[in-house]
Write a protein of this length. Sequence first.
Length: 579
Amino acid sequence: MKRGLSLSAGIAIAPAFRMDEVAFPGLADSVNPATELVRFDAACEAVAADLDRTIQHVAKEISEPAADIFRGHRALLRDPALVGKVRSIIEKEHLDSVRALRKTLDDYSKLFEQISDEYFRERMADIRDVIGRLVNQLSIASGLQKFDTHTPVILIAQELLPSHAVMFDRLKVIGIVTETGGSIGHAAILARSLGIPAVSSVVGVLKETRSGDLIIVDGREGVVLVNPGPEVESAYRKQEREYVDLRNQLIENRDHAPITADGVSLEFLANVNNMFDAASAVGVGATAVGLFRTEFIFLTHSGVPTEEEQERAYRNVIEASPNANVTIRVLDLGGDKQVPYLGSRREANPFMGFRSIRLMTDYPELFRTQLRAILRASRYGHISVMFPMISRVEEVIELKLLFEELRKSLIEQGLQLPDRIPFGVMAEVPSAALCINEILDLVDFVSIGSNDLTQYLMAADRDNPKVAHLVDPCYPAVLRLLRGLIGACVERQKPVTLCGEMAGSPRCLLPLLGMGLRRFSMAPAFVGSMKEMAKTITLADARQAAEKVLSMRTLAEVRDYLNRRVRELCPRVAELEVG
């Protein structure tokens, strides 16, 4: 048994699927060198052709300097030292291409570790990227063939990044275990969006598991068991069935409007990454999409998605969404959401660095193309547009002018656009929260990003296991800031939605409702349980809870009180709450 940090409630039992073993699977102990060299050369040609397409596209859509990154990668495929080393290992050691690439990468890593010059250390990142492309070309498909893609698995990884989401399209992942990551990090968000159990900060789990080992994930208690005995497995399978039955019962709430016991109407919206998430939102009874994260289109694209490709993707999401009503968030890249055509930067703190809307200064055409695509897609439903990572009023003024300029330009070209497209921002930086009244003069609505707001307020990286415990939205300081934000929007009669992970937490529903919030946007998997919670509480319950927690001094006091109230008011839903 190993303990970690609870991310997403529930029980999952299945074979382990280690991501690091998939990235570098060995095909055989010994191979025919001649055959393997043909296979390696074919992979090099395929990667080179893909890079040629990417270079052309990036040069056109971003800039020539951005395309130079890929020209450097293309040149490495012709580098006799790099390619010759891989070929030599295949010929002399009779290893398959993937193992030869892994050995080459290890050798280069050791060499570059001894070099202090920053330029040469950056080149190691280029070598790693090229080898990664070749490995992907050679082996991801064959690695996945070891598993029936219809067979449930528990994903085991050092950490889970947004770019890993592609794995969930190829495998039936029913649980996640990571060695790093906090309660509102990306592993947690992904797990909750899929409604699957997850535990992070499980130190040493990679050393003690192999793909195929039987794993039990207890997402409520933060427990992971590796190869348990039959009695333990039987006991957990009973709990797994009970948990699944409860979730299935709560799904029946999809046809019920979100209304409190005393008749207060709420709006439960969905956070989505693609059209499949949007369809799930319809299935659980969400009334609209409150947050469409557009960066996943860029993270899963081999190059830069064109204006036409983006318009098509946005239209697909809009048409698949509840009531064709979608709030689209403009590109939020940077931090841990990196794409190669924006360059490889070494920043001391990338989450507080050159990310999100700040990238517009260096890549204006990237954002202009996206905004044009969003405007074009607005013909297919009801959309709102919001901009993330706002920290100054000046940014709102500039973005609003740009948005209106592009809208007028498309209309002049003969495009029939809606008369009005609501313009909003995300309040997720403390400076924006503190100058919210000035921002409200310029926007139609506000979305509160409680995940980033919490980590910035607490000065703690939510994916750093050493400080992730500090990133909890139930801290009194966070709740007090939220009260001010929500109160300002309500007073000015501007729609306000909370989009962070706390929006799908039954224990957080009480104080947020008591503060005046009526719009909650969450992973589709949580709409059913939040509707169940809503129908058991009154506005008086919520106001009492808000008053109580806002007077408390510690996180433990707040959590203990809210957990107790959830158990008293809605014991069934309490079973689904983490911690």
